[in-house]
Design a protein around this ligand. Sequence first.
Ligand code: FUB
Length: 328
Amino acid sequence: MKSNFHKPLVTHMYTADPSVHVFDGKIYIYPSHDLENEGLDDGKGDHFKMVDYHVFSMDDVGAPLVDHGQVLHVKDVPWAESRMWDCDAAGKNGKYYLYFPAHDKNGVFRLGVATSDKPSGPFKAEPNYIPGSYSIDPAIFTDSDNESYMYFGGLWGGQLECWQTGKFVPFGGAAGENGPKGDEPAMGPRYAKLSDDMLSFKHEPKEILILDENGAPIKASDNDRRFFEAPCVYKYTNGKYYMIYSTGDTHFIAYAESESPTGPFTYKGKVLEPVSGWTNHAYITEFKGKWYLFYHDCELSNGVTPLRNLKYTELEISRDGVITTVKP
Ligand code: FUB
């Protein structure tokens, strides 16, 4: 089959923030959907216009891509107002679940869930957001013991800084000024175990620690290595857990390793160098014994940040989990 690696995967619309799963032997892709917009980039994400989701599938690597159409729109989510940013999906109990962030009616990011009998949707949203949820970029990982975890969080427009006290405190000035500074530990992504019906959290979200090679928390000033947004966890064939995440304003996808799905994770290196456009966001999935990196850039829009397109490539990972950095 002809390789379509590093080429725009979806060309009839703008797609970003890939999440990828193998269901019934096929590759299912759950991206977010960028629309043209006049909003200003104020560090709070007003320049993104995102109101719905499409699901895509491929029978195999390099096979034609199928667009299953619009599977959820913000107008069909009772609690949500706008900003359907990065989503993820899971399959369990014979059902499929789409997890997504959105601003609620008060402009606060919450995480919702919608269900379907098919991985291709359409999905029906639950009436309320997941109690105790906040911020953006939900990613689901189900471990070999069948326990499912949601990882989430994003700085600046993703509002993670607003939750430092455990309650929502709105930003005063520019989004980037509100987090930890200098030698203070950087903020980590959050995780929560999902209930058996996959519709709620089993406990309040907890922070994931990301450590450096000496076992010290990565510092807030360590912009090349500290967490910014887009966490995604997978378990590799060596039995260890890996979290990848975006470093945000330094535009890397980094990875960190742990003995446990709840961390602490130790920083290991870079998965992906900066791509065209401001955001960098990726997902790693195994399919038929090979590992793939899905990501986005702005090739189709000639570098216009809120108009992104998905791409993917095969990833080189050594037996002990070391990733060869992808240079797009
Ligand atoms: O797509 C909107 C936001 O941009 C996502 O939630 C972030 O991860 C970044 O890709």
